[in-house]
Design a protein around this ligand. Structure first.
Ligand code: C5P
Length: 272
């Protein structure tokens, strides 16, 4: 029987406000999360025992055992499966690759076994619940409280300079934990009002990530030079996104940047 397939899109934090810290150390967030039409693919089949094979252009260095969140997601679902993970997204990059893969495994297993996942997705990682929702959302709490949003596609270019960033380290380097939450966003459906609003919002992890990995500044500058409507870091970095008026513009910018920076991972996409 053909394996059950699920898409694991890149997750982008258009905003990421850190509004507090819980007694257990986890941070309270207020984030506008969207998903790209680009990502990894997982394929899952029933099996006598667990296995994981990683293929694809970004497979190098990705663990094929219980260190991989895909494996832990299958264990949390409670059935042994054979998983193939086709890896296209860079790891430790602020775009939720591991979390999205885990959510895709859960979704594929729900289809394969004909029952919903009854476990706690947030126990797998703070970004797993929003990835399981798989839809634009306002994410609050430490990532477990979700309000789905309707977001028309936004053409974008994603750029990762090839440095891995440790999320706990970035949180540790954040000076103020009690920053203001997001302001209310415009509801008129106009792109210009959305952009105007986005420019006044923040990613509070951008400054500490930049201090740890100064190359992030070069990525943001390169995106700004191309005329991006806004350039910002996603998650705890190092991936940054630039928003553009059309997909054609995004594609042309991605090509230009790839020529100028052959060592960077660069992808045009639609975010929604
Ligand atoms: O939950 P996840 O494994 O993705 O988080 C990685 C690390 O990021 C956590 O161990 C924690 O240090 C930090 N984190 C946090 N507050 C959040 C999410 C993550 O402090 N809301």
């Amino acid at each position: 029987m053909a394996p059950t397939e699920a898409f694991a899109p890149a997750k982008i934090n258009l905003t990421l406000h850190v509004t507090g810290q819980r007694a257990d150390g986890y941070h309270l967030l207020d984030s506008y999360v969207v998903f790209a039409d680009f990502g990894d693919v997982v394929r899952v089949s029933r099996a006598a025992e667990m296995s994981l094979r990683v293929t694809g252009p970004r497979a190098m260095g990705v663990p094929e055992d219980a260190r991989n969140l895909c494996w832990r997601a299958a264990e949390a679902f409670g059935e042994p499966v054979a998983i193939t993970l086709e890896k296209h997204l860079p790891a430790a990059a602020g775009i939720g690759g591991g979390s999205s893969d885990a959510a895709a495994v859960l979704r594929a297993m729900e289809a394969l076994f004909g029952r919903t996942f009854s476990g706690d997705a947030s126990a797998l990682g703070a970004d797993v619940p929003v990835c399981l929702l798989g839809h634009a959302a306002r994410m609050t709490g430490i990532g477990e409280t979700l309000m789905p949003l309707s977001q028309p596609p936004m053409p974008a270019v994603l750029v990762n300079p090839g440095v891995e960033v440790s999320t706990p380290e970035v949180f540790r380097a954040l000076e103020r934990k009690d920053n203001p939450p997001m302001d209310d966003w415009p509801l008129d459906g106009q792109r210009d009002s959305m952009l105007g609003w986005l420019r006044t919002q923040r990613n509070d992890l951008q400054a500490p990530a930049l201090a740890l990995q100064p190359v992030i500044g070069a990525v943001l500058a390169a995106l700004e030079e191309t005329g991006a409507d806004i350039a910002r870091m996603s998650g705890s970095g190092a991936t940054c996104f630039g928003l553009f008026g059309t997909r054609e513009m995004a594609r042309a910018v991605a090509e230009r940047l790839a020529e100028a920076h052959p060592g960077w991972w660069i992808k045009d996409c639609d975010l929604s």
